[in-house]
Design a protein around this ligand. Structure first.
Ligand code: HGY
Ligand code: MN
Ligand code: MN
Length: 401
């Protein structure tokens, strides 16, 4: 049998590419399908029953002594563009290693265990995030007609990819909800690394809104159109973006405001832009603070003509299960793992799962806090501490009376 380190390192190498441009495992892409297929076979080779629902969420159920709701762990299989090796995937593979350790320790756990690999969390291919866990928890979402940058619809990509998974020896169904959900994840920020703490126990997750803002102009000749007669979408958009960043800089310290994507049409050097579309990602630790910022943001946007705004995501601030977190704090203390409690600035499937089942998160440090980039890194000893705590946490839940 693999050693723990070898198994986790080996799995991370197997499920990641070696491209130094980072991971581009966008939902329903070939690499995404290959990874979900490999995970299904890995689970089945270790005694799991596999379920695949119509969004491509994979649930691997491992047996318990009792026929009861499973104790679940897992995370998301997709990545951002040029993403890191650990965001999402560490929770899936670390969850697999934790479950394996439980079954190697002897008796069958009283309750069954479930490993979940959510189809999509990032919102990096289509303008909608958490589509996997939202489907898993029965939330309504209108995503079928959304298109990616090549014009492929969500529905086309989804049906093509899910068909390949559901052709395997799997139960084609949405999994019944588990008894609880614990997500192992890298912090994706600098706090644990700076505090030299190997474990973070997550109290809550930020509120998050995303928007698509389009400034409309008029395509025209760069050389013959007098400056005063232009409707230059880039000129207007750049002034609007500068005003929004000024507003964000003056807002509360816990606000994060990011313009991550800009698309221009026709995007040609000697043509005045007819349109400029950019995204907004803004987050706050409370719904009230986010609402205050959004109202100020809308006031700024209204000062500019020919601007349309589409909200593409709203997820409220979330307080995770205190009972599960306190149990993990006790276990970490018994295992002599120093830890700190912290709020997550990154969004997670846990904030969706938390709407239906008791949910908690375990963080491990991100080296220099970098994430969503090829430089994302966590040292193996920290990854293994996270797996060890997760194993003990799942065991405690699966074997309680
Ligand atoms: O964007 C986020 O916060 C998460 O990593 N999807
Ligand atoms: Mn993630
Ligand atoms: Mn992410």
């Amino acid at each position: 049998m693999f050693s723990e380190e070898c198994q986790l390192a080996d799995l991370l190498n197997q499920f990641n590419t070696t491209a130094d441009t980072g991971q581009n495992r966008l939902v329903y892409s070939e690499q995404w399908v290959h990874n979900q297929q490999t995970l299904i076979l890995l689970g089945q080779n270790h005694g799991a029953q596999a379920m695949v629902d119509d969004y491509g969420n994979v649930s691997l159920d491992f047996p318990g002594q009792e026929e009861t709701l499973p104790i679940a762990t897992g995370s998301h299989m997709d990545t951002v563009r040029q993403g890191g090796r650990y965001d999402g995937l560490y929770g899936v593979l670390g969850g697999f290693c934790a479950i394996q350790k439980m079954y190697q320790q002897g008796d069958l756990p009283k309750k069954p265990l479930r490993l979940i690999s959510f189809s999509e969390e990032e919102g990096s291919r289509f303008p909608a995030a958490f589509t996997g866990s939202k489907y898993y928890t029965g939330q309504q979402q209108q995503v079928a007609a959304l298109v990616d940058e090549t014009g492929i619809t969500f529905e086309q990509a989804r049906s093509n990819a899910v068909k390949q998974l559901q052709a395997m020896n799997v139960r084609r169904q949405r999994a019944p909800l588990p008894a609880s959900f614990t997500e192992l994840h890298i912090e994706q920020g600098p706090r644990l690394a700076q505090a030299h703490q190997p474990i973070g126990l997550v109290t809550g997750i930020v509120a998050q809104n995303r928007y698509k803002v389009t400034v409309h102009g008029q395509a025209n000749h760069a050389g013959t159109t007098p400056m005063a007669q232009r409707q230059d979408a880039i000129a207007t958009a750049s002034r609007l973006m500068a005003s929004l960043y000024d507003l964000a800089d003056k807002s509360s310290n816990s606000l994060t405001f990011t313009i991550g994507e800009i698309r221009v049409s026709p995007n040609v050097s000697n043509v005045i832009a007819e349109s400029c579309t950019f995204t907004i990602d803004c987050r706050e630790e409370s719904d009230e603070r986010l609402a205050t910022f959004l109202s100020a943001m809308n006031t700024v946007i209204k000062q500019f003509d020919n601007v349309t705004v589409e909200q593409t995501l709203h997820v409220p601030a979330t307080l995770l299960s205190q009972a599960l977190r306190q149990r993990n704090a006790k276990i970490a203390t018994q295992m002599k793992f120093p830890f700190q409690e912290l709020f997550s600035g990154a969004g997670h499937d846990s904030q969706i799962m938390n709407t239906v089942v008791p949910t908690t998160m375990i963080f491990v440090p991100s080296k220099t806090g970098i994430s969503h980039a090829p430089a994302e890194h966590t040292k193996m000893s920290d990854l293994l501490i996270g797996v060890a705590l997760l194993t003990a946490s799942l065991s405690a839940q699966a074997n309680e009376a």
